[in-house]
Design a protein around this ligand. Structure first.
Ligand code: NAD
Length: 269
């Protein structure tokens, strides 16, 4: 039985994570945390999701719960991940990070913490998206040059980072498969007299509208044909169940930074 604490418990993902832990017979809810000004603090975590009392109150201090749990799941904001990372390092508690939009320095700090702790750090915890990473890699290797590559993503109006972490990871997978350099070849916006498209470009198009949970398409545009590989999430429970699966998996691992490809056994051999 894995004892799991949720950081960001009052958020959209946090509430789905509470539900996913309560639904999972291999997991138990051991803590719930949000920031001090959150209306979730002081309430029972079960009541937040309409599941009735669990006896686990939402607190505003992760260090008060790390001693009682095996793993923390963080779906917050990049600066909060940084603070949560140091609380987990102090307590020797494993960490699953779902938050996106970290700076390079914050990513470096996560990698450094991975020398002491087992950490799963993934931009997307759905099994379908992680399979999609493999499908676009196969398509890019098979098609090679001659097909223009664009990544199109759509999310709800409340999302604060762009392009999505998943779209960026798709860009990394495509760049690696095509022998390109994402730093140099990514194009994040086009407007005005852009000139013709350069064949090395990997384009990113971002849509923010309404309540879209998360949609990603990779388009390979050739002459006379195009291939589109699309994943559409229709419920946050897919990310929540995947993150809980990662949390149960990571408690048995050696220190290191893993991703969902490791959890699902999809890593290319
Ligand atoms: P949200 O704004 O609804 O929730 C974030 C929660 O974190 C809020 O309750 C907020 O009060 C809390 N928070 C902020 N600072 C905090 C702190 N210092 N300590 C504790 N709690 C703090 O956002 P969301 O839609 O739930 O998304 C959260 C993050 O998860 C985003 O970065 C999003 O991109 C990412 N996300 C990742 C996946 C994935 O599969 N990896 C899926 C969906 C969303």
């Amino acid at each position: 039985m894995s004892r799991i604490a949720i950081a960001g418990a009052g958020g959209r993902m946090g509430r789905n994570l509470i539900q996913a832990v309560l639904d999972n017979p291999r997991a138990t809810l051991a803590g719930a945390v949000d920031r001090p000004d959150s209306e979730a603090v002081g309430r029972d975590a079960g009541e937040l999701v309409g599941a009735g009392p669990t006896g686990v109150g939402v607190t505003d201090d992760l260090s008060r719960v790390t001693g009682d749990c095996d793993v923390v799941i963080d779906f917050t904001l990049p600066d909060a991940t940084e603070a949560n990372l140091s609380a987990c390092r102090d307590a020797g508690t494993a960490l699953v990070i779902g938050t996106t939009g970290h700076s390079q320095a914050q990513r470096d700090a996560i990698n450094a913490a991975g020398r002491a702790l087992p950490i799963v750090f993934a931009p997307n915890y759905s099994a379908g998206v992680n399979l999609t990473f493999r499908l676009i890699e196969m398509a890019a290797r098979a098609l090679g040059e001659g097909f223009d590559v664009e990544v199109i993503e759509a999310h709800h109006r409340h999302k604060v980072d762009a392009p999505s972490g998943t779209a960026i990871r798709m860009g990394e997978v495509l760049a690696e498969a095509l022998g390109r350099d994402l730093e140099r070849d990514a194009v994040y916006a086009r407007q005005g007299h852009t000139g013709e498209r350069e064949s090395r470009q990997i384009g990113f198009q971002t849509i923010r509208a309404g309540d879209i949970v998360g949609e990603h398409t990779v388009m390979f545009g050739g002459v006379g044909e195009r291939i589109e590989i699309t994943h559409k999430a229709s419920s946050r429970m897919t990310f929540a169940n995947g993150a809980v699966r990662a949390a149960i998996w990571v408690t048995g691992q050696s220190p290191g930074v893993y991703d969902m490809q490791d959890v699902l056994g999809l890593r290319a051999g």
